[in-house]
Ligand binder design. Structure first.
Ligand SMILES: Cc1cc2nc3c(=O)[nH]c(=O)nc-3n(C[C@H](O)[C@H](O)[C@H](O)COP(=O)(O)OP(=O)(O)OC[C@H]3O[C@@H](n4cnc5c(N)ncnc54)[C@H](O)[C@@H]3O)c2cc1C
Length: 358
């Protein structure tokens, strides 16, 4: 029987970051993933933003997450000899009312958003944003990771190393013992599940309060006047692809009809939102949909199963997988190997009462 220290199930942005931290710590692992074409990680925008624009506050734990995020994706670029990270790629947020302008000014004056937002600007030409704009804020430390490209590249890397099994994992076949697990000819010290929204099919963790949301993104062609040097944000996100005049436009949130099928309704909604703010034409080239693994309290769920010592979870990245996964993957690896604490806000033990009642 083949032995590995860690059997990882699921290779989206969560599983990928986990493997990266395991590898950096010199620990062995084997990954099982059925390699879909439309997981959340493959179609996501990959944007990270240090500011919650609606509430004009810093994003949760951003000062800790940010430096580590940049470092991790730079390491992966080096390791895979490929480019994915567009850091310091500004988000341009137009402001459409005088009241909102004052609120932003207060946030800036009180340095509530420093160092991520240091000024807001009075009305000035805002490129193609045309309607009701009285000013703007620019967030400079934001950016995006070409997350689909990264996952596919990492998949190839693992394949070449011979540590990726492309198959559907069958939970009913796992055997757990005191200090090992076994699965179809593999034994491991532990199994770590990072299955994204498919956690609903995992009998070890189906008691957790996941609230998955469907999201749709479009690939659109836009006329040349839209400069590809920023992320446009106004109840939508519009940002460039690697091809001239081709942008991605997203994303919708839907709590029903949870499947990976794009709909005309969601396409119309996105185009409608964009046209309300931008005086340009869009040609829709493609639509993609996937399901985000959101949790009721909007925090990741990380840690050991309440009863089975050899089973772990790394999930619940919700709408922010790019930002959350690097930091908490490291925390989980340090917990497993060095006994360090997992932050209480993300530790799955916060739901232990639910487990007891399940
Ligand atoms: C439209 C849209 C836009 C988004 N935009 C952003 C954004 O701009 N920025 C951001 O940070 N986040 C964004 N997100 C959220 C982001 O996609 C998620 O946070 C993240 O991708 C979740 O990653 P994951 O690895 O947990 O899950 P997934 O990406 O779903 O990966 C899970 C993997 O596990 C595998 N798997 C599951 N069960 C099994 C099994 N039984 N056997 C074998 N394999 C299995 C699946 O095949 C898959 O490969 C967006 C999501 C959507 C839908």
């Amino acid at each position: 029987m083949k032995h590995t220290e860690n059997l990882v199930v699921g290779l989206g942005i969560a599983g990928l970051n986990l493997c990266h931290q395991l590898e950096k710590a010199g620990k062995s692992f084997l990954v099982i993933d059925r390699c879909p074409i439309n997981s959340a990680s493959l179609i996501a925008g990959g944007i990270y933003n240090p500011v919650v624009l609606k509430r004009k506050v810093k994003s949760w734990k951003v000062d800790e997450l940010f430096p580590f995020l940049v470092q991790t994706y730079e390491e992966l670029e080096m390791q895979l000899s490929n480019s994915f990270l567009h850091h310091n790629f500004p988000i341009l947020k137009p402001i459409s009312s005088a009241d909102e302008l004052v609120e932003w000014q207060q946030a800036v004056d009180e340095k509530r958003l420093a160092p991520y937002v240091n000024s807001r600007e009075e009305s000035r030409p805002l490129g193609p944003f045309h309607k009701n704009v009285v000013g703007s804020v620019t967030i400079n430390d934001s950016g995006f990771v070409r997350i689909g490209k990264l996952v596919l590249s990492y998949r190839n890397y693992l394949k070449e190393k011979g540590v990726l099994i492309e198959d559907a994992f069958e939970h009913s076949v796992v055997k757990t013992e005191k200090s090992t697990i076994s699965y179809k000819g593999v034994s491991a010290d532990r199994i770590i599940f990072s299955e994204g929204r498919f956690i609903s099919e995992n009998p070890f963790f189906n008691w957790l309060p996941f609230r998955p949301t469907k999201g749709q993104m479009l690939t659109v062609r836009v006329p040349e006047e839209l400069t590809p040097d920023r992320i446009y944000n106004q109840q939508f996100l519009l940002f460039p692809t690697e091809e001239k005049d081709i942008f991605r436009l997203g994303a919708t949130y839907e709590w029903h009809n949870l499947d990976e099928v794009p709909t005309q309704k969601a396409t119309d909604e996105l185009i409608e939102r964009a046209k309300r703010a931008l005086d340009i034409q869009f040609e829709v080239l493609d639509a993609q949909a996937a399901i985000r693994p959101n949790v009721a309290d909007r925090r990741p769920v990380v840690g050991r199963h309440p009863e089975i010592e050899t089973i772990f979870l790394f999930n619940g990245m919700g709408s922010k997988g790019v930002m959350l996964a690097p930091f908490f993957a490291k925390q989980l690896v340090e917990h497993i190997y060095d006994g360090k604490e997992i932050a209480s806000e993300v530790n799955l033990m916060r739901f232990k009462k639910r487990y007891a009642n399940s």
